[in-house]
Design a protein around this ligand. Structure first.
Ligand code: HEC
Length: 190
């Protein structure tokens, strides 16, 4: 066994060595290097004419969450549909719930262990504009990092819709519920 180890060790060391690693050795250009291949002598290429950055096809408010007046949009520009809510639930539970809790009420294992500032209780953010929730996710807020890299603008709007659904789930006014739903409540419709 010891002999086997002695034989394998140099190989293991070699595998981690940049000079041996085929990925490291393969022919490639690094940023700003000179190239003999391209006529302009530069390895770095400009994007083909007409290329647009990813996401640029979305109009401004959908991307930024704010209107032409620079204020957060009061109402989401993306219509809530059952599909959007399902997407929002999925991404909220993957991305936000770990800190803000599955109900968004700030009750989570992570929150218990956070000593500086706790994740906000999103149930208390019922009166902020939809665009504000979108912007907090896009840009981050205080100790909370931005989630623009994890969630596309569409996914962030879906999370906004789901946060609204969570808020409604904890603050529904019985009188405003559809008759069909009220009829199923204990003490109602009988
Ligand atoms: C790593 C933990 C963590 C995750 C994940 C996280 N947040 Fe937060 N969030 C925080 C903390 C901490 C604060 C309070 C920050 C502060 O006060 O400095 C906060 C604050 C907020 C606020 C309140 C902003 C204000 O004006 O007070 C909103 C809204 C919010 N988060 C939404 C979200 C949403 C939506 C997601 C999922 C996309 C998310 N957060 C993911 C930790 C997190």
């Amino acid at each position: 066994m010891r002999r086997l180890l002695a034989a394998a060790l140099p190989l293991l060391l070699l595998a981690g060595c940049p000079a041996w690693d085929p990925m490291q050795r393969q022919a490639k250009y690094k940023a700003y290097q000179v190239s003999e291949y391209y006529a302009d002598g530069m390895a770095m290429r400009a994007p083909p004419a007409g290329t647009v950055p990813y996401g640029a096809v979305l109009d401004g408010p959908v991307q930024t969450g704010q209107g032409p007046d620079g204020r957060p949009l009061a109402i989401s520009p993306v219509a809530p549909t059952p599909g959007l809510l399902a997407t929002g639930k999925k991404h909220f539970e993957i991305t936000c719930a770990v800190c803000h809790g599955v109900l968004g009420d700030g009750e989570s294992q992570v929150a218990l262990n956070m000593s500086l500032r706790k994740p906000a209780n999103l149930q208390l953010y019922r009166d902020v504009p939809d665009g504000y929730l979108f912007q907090v996710m896009s840009l981050g807020f205080g100790l909370m990092p931005a989630y623009a890299a994890e969630l596309t603008p569409e996914e962030r709007w879906a999370v906004v819709a789901y946060v609204r659904a969570l808020q409604l789930s904890q603050h529904a006014v019985v009188d405003e519920l559809p008759a069909r739903v009220r009829a199923g409540l204990p003490g109602e419709g009988r």
